[in-house]
Design a protein around this ligand. Structure first.
Ligand code: NDP
Length: 447
């Protein structure tokens, strides 16, 4: 990296040296944009990069709540409204003990480009809390969500900012958040996505991120006349994205062979069948248990404290847990074990030097902002259905999702070809996502 983009990055790194994940995400985007900045000086003239890396608004608040023992607990709440050039702020809420402002800035920044890639009128944002729902009772989760919404409701609305789920925020949490919003505002409106099906949610929304990541991998494989059929697939995580990633892999004739959670990984070389997947969904979504129980139930191997990547041979890897969960050594192990395709269901799961390993070995590599855009795409479709007060069928939503993922794939291929690096999906996604946002910012003046 050199010249203008390097100056922009260096200044950012001096200003926020403790925001490691945000700096990592910004560095990757700025590196990709270097050649475009030299070719099209108007972006520099309008100081688009300097404006893009600073959120439009950041909201920080206290979230006090009472636990089941009657003790008062206090968590931090955040909403980062990053960019509204293309539409109202849109992006999930993460509830996890590791949440910091830096992590939410990284996620919000990525979201701006991701939402642009969907082609829908969506700006980018992200929010959440260091509250950890794991181990809490339903009543504790409800009281926390209500207190969180007591502040958040002032800042969101169907035309302003529309949050959704992310790690630790699923259907249960969205329900509690929506209920409180409705009561506080006396308005039943499409202010959150991922809602229940009988109160404004969209069919295929729970499935969308996982299905989309597999559709993206399918499109990448097709460029080499390849397909999922007969391939062994490593999946990390065992939450929302991982579960529906596994389901779509099965639909397309592949064999999922792993899941993980924050305590360890299971490898099932016999293959995770539909029946075993249904069991995992019950374990994780109802009983809220640990993935280790899968090994006890089905006689699979369990690896305490390990991630699935180096553990066995597979042709496709689909990271669906969290950021920075594939390091360089794990990427090398994947390549050695025959991996030809990686599609990121999670946000930024691959460390930068691991991305370099994949690209050096000509592994098809789909970065999260393109590969996992299916979730926000169907959230956008949920907003459309709410506005029109109607519901599309599963087939209709799935067809639109598949079409959006194929068009994101095509945009990435075309943008990378235009810059002479065809097949580099990282540069393709960053440039294609950037252009629409940057051009809208120029049109809208200095605001
Ligand atoms: P869930 O909370 O449903 O599941 C998260 C999974 O990842 C769990 O298995 C969890 O294990 C595991 N995990 C979380 N943190 C860690 C960690 N630090 N180390 C190891 N494992 C971890 O979240 P989602 O499935 O919704 O999200 C997964 C990823 O997908 C995230 O990166 C998210 O940003 C991304 N994403 C999600 C979208 C969505 O629509 N939900 C949209 C686009 C991207 P445990 O239960 O032990 O914590």
């Amino acid at each position: 990296m050199r010249g203008y983009v390097k100056d922009v990055y260096d200044k950012l790194a001096r200003k926020y040296p403790w925001e490691h994940e945000f700096l990592q995400a910004a560095l990757e985007v700025l590196e990709s944009l270097g050649p475009l900045m030299e070719r099209e000086p108007r972006y520099r003239k309008h100081r688009i990069l300097e404006r893009l890396i600073e959120p439009e608004r950041t909201i920080l608040f206290r979230v006090p709540w009472v636990d089941d023992q009657g003790d008062i607990q206090v968590n931090s709440g955040y909403r980062v409204e990053f960019n509204s050039a293309l539409g109202p702020y849109k992006g999930g809420l993460r509830f996890h003990h590791s949440v910091t402002l830096g992590i939410l800035k990284f996620l919000g920044f990525e979201q701006v480009f991701k939402n642009s890639l969907t082609g829908l009128p969506l700006g980018g944002g992200k929010g959440g809390s260091d509250f950890e729902p794991k181990g809490m009772s339903d009543n504790e989760v409800m009281r926390f969500c209500q207190s969180f919404m007591d502040e958040l409701h002032r800042h969101i609305g169907p035309n302003t900012d529309i949050p959704a789920g992310d790690i630790g925020v699923g259907g249960r949490e969205i329900g509690f958040l929506f209920g409180r919003y409705k009561k506080l505002r006396n308005a039943f409106e499409g202010v959150l996505t991922g809602k229940g099906l009988n109160w404004g949610g969209s069919l295929i929304r729970p499935e969308a991120t996982g299905y989309g990541a597999v559709y993206f991998a399918q499109a990448m494989l097709a460029t080499g006349s390849n397909a999922f059929e007969g391939k062994k697939v490593l999946i990390s995580g065992s939450g929302n994205v991982a579960q529906f990633t596994a389901e779509k892999v099965l639909d397309l004739g592949g064999t999922p062979i792993s899941f993980s959670d924050s305590t360890g990984s299971i490898i099932d070389t016999d293959g995770i069948t539909r029946e075993k997947l249904a069991w995992v969904m019950e374990l994780k979504n109802q009983r809220r248990g640990r993935i280790k129980e899968y090994a006890d139930e089905f006689g699979a191997d369990y690896f305490e404290g390990e991630r699935p990547w180096g553990l066995t041979e597979a042709q496709v890897a689909l990271p669906c847990a969290t950021q920075n969960e594939i390091n360089k050594a794990e990427a090398e192990a994947l390549v050695k074990n025959g991996c030809i395709c990686v599609s990121e269901g999670a946000n930024m799961p691959t460390e930068p030097d691991a991305v370099a390993v994949f690209q050096g070995a000509k592994v098809l590599f789909g970065p999260g902002k393109a590969a996992n855009a299916g979730g926000v795409a169907v959230s956008g479709l949920e907003m459309s259905q709410n506005s029109m007060r109607l519901s599309w069928t599963s087939e209709e939503v799935d067809t639109r999702l598949h079409g959006i993922m194929n068009s994101i794939h095509e945009d990435c291929v075309n943008a990378s070809a235009d810059l002479g690096v065809q097949g580099d999906y990282v540069i393709g996604a960053n440039v294609a996502g950037f252009r629409k946002v940057a051009d809208a910012m120029i049109d809208q003046g200095v605001v």
